[in-house]
Write a protein that binds this ligand. Structure first.
Ligand SMILES: Cc1cc2nc3c(=O)[nH]c(=O)nc-3n(C[C@H](O)[C@H](O)[C@H](O)COP(=O)(O)O)c2cc1C
Length: 155
C-alpha cells in the first residue's frame, strides 16, 4: 500500500514523529514516504490566503496521514489552509496526528484533530483514527509508541 505522511512542521517535533512512523511502516513492508507542506511564509501570524512552495499532491496515495502542530489552541493555520486546497480524499484511508507543547487537556489537541476531521470530510474523506502527542508530557514516548503501533495495526 502506498502511504503518504503529509507533514507541516515548523520546529521539527511533528516531523520527528513522522520519521519514526515512516521507518516503522517501511519495516512492515509498506511503501511509505513523507512529504512536507512548505508555506512561503511560516510566520504563525500570517493571514490567508497562504501560498505554498511545496504543496504535496495526495492523489498517488491509497492511505494518507496528516500531521501538524497545534497553534493557539487550534490547528496550525498553514495546515488548515493546505487542507482547504487539497484534492479529493474519496476512497482513501486517512489518519491524523497533532503535536503540541502542553500536557494538559483543553490545550488545542482535540480541537485541532476535529478541524482536520471536518476538513477531510469536506474533501469526501473519513478519518479512521487521530492522535495527539504532547511534547512536555512525561508520557510523550508512550504517546508516540501508541500512535505508531495503532497505525501499524491498521495497515
Ligand atoms: C504560534 C504557536 C502557537 C502555539 N500554540 C500552542 C497551543 O495552543 N497549545 C499547545 O499545547 N502548544 C502550542 N504551541 C506549541 C507547539 O504546538 C508544539 O511545540 C509543537 O510540537 C510544534 O510542532 P513542530 O515542531 O512540528 O512545529 C504553539 C507553538 C507556536 C509556534
Amino acid at each position: 500500500m502506498k502511504i503518504g505522511i503529509i507533514v507541516f512542521s515548523k520546529t521539527n517535533n511533528t516531523f520527528s514523529v513522522a520519521e519514526r512512523l515512516k521507518v516503522a511502516l517501511i519495516e512492515k513492508g509498506m511503501d511509505a514516504e513523507i512529504e512536507r507542506i512548505v508555506p512561503e511564509n511560516d510566520d504563525p501570524g500570517v493571514k490567508p490566503p497562504i501560498e505554498f512552495t511545496n504543496k504535496p499532491d495526495v492523489s498517488p496515495y491509497e492511505m494518507v496521514i496528516f500531521a501538524s502542530p497545534v497553534w493557539a489552541f487550534s490547528l496550525a493555520g498553514v495546515m488548515k489552509e493546505y487542507l482547504e486546497q487539497v484534492s479529493s480524499l474519496q476512497g482513501k484511508r486517512v489518519f491524523s496526528f497533532v503535536t503540541k507543547q502542553l500536557a494538559s487537556k483543553f490545550t488545542g489537541g482535540i480541537k485541532a484533530n476535529r478541524q482536520i476531521k471536518s476538513a477531510v470530510n469536506a474533501k469526501n474523506g473519513i478519518i479512521e483514527k487521530s492522535f495527539i502527542v504532547s511534547w512536555k508530557n512525561k508520557n510523550r514516548e508512550a504517546e508516540i509508541t501508541n500512535l505508531i503501533s495503532e497505525i501499524l495495526k491498521a495497515v
